[in-house]
Every structure is written in C-alpha cells, then in structure tokens.
Design a protein around this ligand. Structure first.
Ligand code: GLY
Length: 351
C-alpha cells in the first residue's frame, strides 16, 4: 500500500493498494461522515464494481444512490451533466453529501464537474478503475465536459476529497484501454523522471503499484506548485496539443492514449530534427511507446492537424506553448508563433 498527499488548495490523500474497493466505506467515513453517497459510473464498470462499493458504503452507514452513463467519450457532454445534476436534485443531495466517481477519465471528469457546480460545490471522491485515471486524471482537480467545439472546453478546477485507487481493477481492462494509460505513464517519465521511464521499460504491469505511485507523486508535486495550470502544470500536456488534434480529426475513433502516443512521437521527432533532443533519446521514446503497443505514426498531414491544434487552450494571442523534450527526464515549454505550428508538426511527421 502507498499513500501520497496532494497539497493543493485543499489537501487530500491518494491511497493505492490491492482490493481496497471493499474498504471505500471505512476509508471515506473520516472525509464525509455517513452521508448520502451518489455513485457515478458507466455501464462497463457498473456490473463489475458497483456492488462492492455500494455494500462497503452501506456497511459504514452511507445511504447510496447510483447514476450510470453509457461508457465512452460521447457521454462526457452537457446533456449527461444536466441529467446528473437533475438526478442529484431529485434525490435531495445536499452540501454535506458526497459523489463517488467510479470509473475512468470520462466518469471522473463528468462526476467531478457535477460536484464542482452542484449547489456551488460538494465533495467528491475518485475511485479510478483505468490506468489513465489512476496515474493522471483522478488526481489534480481538473474536471470538465466536452462541447461541440472541442474537448474539455467547459470545466472547473475542483479537487477530490480523497482518491482510492484499487489497482486490481486494472486486471479487467482490455489491452487497448490499458495501453491508453501506458501513454500517460511514459509521458511522466519523459517529463521529469528518468528512473520512472526506466521502470516502465522493465514492464508497466509488472511494476504497477510503484508505477502508479511514481506518477501520482510527480503529479502531486506539479499540482502543489501550479494548481491552476498557469505554468509548469502545462508540462503535463506533453503530446496532448497534437494528440487532441489527432483525436478530434479521427472523430474520436483513435483513442486518447493512442493519439497522445502519436503526439509524443511527433513533438520528440520535431525536437530532434531541430537539434533540441538527442537522436538516442528519440529512439528510446519511440521504442518504449511501441513496446507498450502504442502507435508512433500518424495518419494525418500537418495541415489537417494544425488548424485544430490552434484551437488548443494553451494558445495565448499569436503564440502557442508546446511541450518539448530536451532529453528523457527534461521537458520544457517551447513557445512558437501560431504561423510556425504547421512547420513544427511537419518536422515531427517526417520519419
Ligand atoms: N491531465 C493533465 C493535468 O491534469 O494537468
């Protein structure tokens, strides 16, 4: 078992262990008392893990209601958000009650945003069941839904009150969903943690508790420093500006993790072409991505990607901040002019 403290505007713990979904009730009791608990989950996770969480909560005196959404990114929208808010109101959930987000990034982002805006803010607890949620999205308080114009365009910073990560839930993930999370693990290694990168090379599944803890520790340090994403937190977007453009261009047929992997490969290749990142580091980055069954070649042209990439939230005026590896374990924000983005992506697409 590993416990990591996140020191943001509110402090909370991330508890990482085997089999702790059956202890959600007792672990949550000191955080919110035996209140009304609303479990938010999706139709993949519900039959696997809702009943274990529900009975643990009930055993500790919580009264439980449940809201289930269809799985997948298409549910992370304003319609689901309003339905969830109406559900909370119909069930007379009050400010002293708590939402439990049981699932991956979509469930966590939606449930977290509902918790941020319902009654101007109630508590929520993250119960991540995917690798991506365990290592990244359940920690740090970014909550959001997608708008027609783009991903995560409506959201709020709202920290969870506790994160309970039972990594035995990762055993039921498909290889593709597990690989999605591997892209985020590799991202943390490249950003500022060469030992984590080396550990990931030795096997992510084989070292899962240590890997999750290392990613969460990295994230907790970054969030403590820049909770509201005005500086170093932007490093967590390595591969994401181009990755989001790939995801959007594919109309979400390409998964987030695959798109981020392609995005990491593209910015790393561009950095090498520009003499910023050594060839040897690029080769290691491409190898580890491929070893995790992630794609490194992109089916779109620079022109097809740059128009969408320019809508990225990281754009300010006529510049955009890209996250660029200078070596494994050393990435930096690299500002380029909007007019140069197409050329930059083009350099990264050349093999
Ligand atoms: N997933 C990136 C962040 O939390 O900032």
């Amino acid at each position: 078992m590993k416990t990591i403290k996140v020191k943001a505007s509110t402090e909370y713990e991330v508890i990482i262990d085997k089999g702790i979904l059956s202890k959600v009730g007792e672990l949550s009791l000191p955080i919110c008392g035996a209140c009304s608990a609303c479990i938010v989950t999706d139709d993949n996770v519900d039959p696997l893990y809702s009943s274990i969480v529900e009975s643990s909560l009930e055993k500790s005196g919580f009264s439980v209601i449940k809201f289930v959404i269809p799985h997948g990114e298409a549910s992370k929208n304003t319609t689901s958000l309003i339905s969830l808010l109406e559900f909370l109101a119909e069930n007379k959930i009050t400010r002293s009650d708590c939402i439990f987000a049981l699932g991956g990034g979509v469930v966590g982002d939606l449930a977290g945003f509902a918790a941020a805006v319902y009654l101007r803010g109630i508590k929520f607890i993250q119960l991540p069941t995917t690798l991506l949620a365990a290592v990244d999205s359940s920690v740090g308080g970014k909550t959001a839904v997608d708008l027609i114009a783009g991903k995560n365009l409506a959201g709020a910073f709202h920290q969870p009150s506790l994160v309970i990560c039972d990594y035995t839930t990762l055993d039921t993930l498909s290889d593709e969903i597990f690989a999605d999370g591997c892209a985020e693990v590799i991202k943390y290694g490249i950003i500022n943690d060469r030992p984590l990168f080396e550990l990931a090379k030795r096997g992510i599944r084989e070292n899962i508790e240590e890997i999750i803890a290392a990613c969460v520790l990295n994230k907790s340090r970054i969030v403590a420093e820049d909770e509201f994403d005005t500086g170093m937190r932007q490093l967590l977007n390595l591969g994401h500006t181009v990755g989001h453009a790939i995801e959007a261009r594919s109309e979400f047929a390409i998964s987030h993790g695959s798109a981020v992997a392609m995005g990491i490969a593209i910015v790393s290749r561009a950095a090498t072409t520009m003499g910023i990142c050594p060839e040897a580091d690029l080769a290691e980055i491409i190898d580890i991505l491929r070893g995790a069954s992630l794609p490194t070649e992109c089916p779109y042209s620079a022109e097809e990607l740059c128009e969408i990439a320019l809508n990225d939230k990281k754009r300010t005026g006529d510049t955009i901040s890209l996250v660029v590896p200078y070596s494994i374990g050393d990435t930096r924000l690299y500002k380029i002019k909007v007019g140069e983005i197409c050329g930059f992506i083009g350099k990264g697409l050349k093999k």
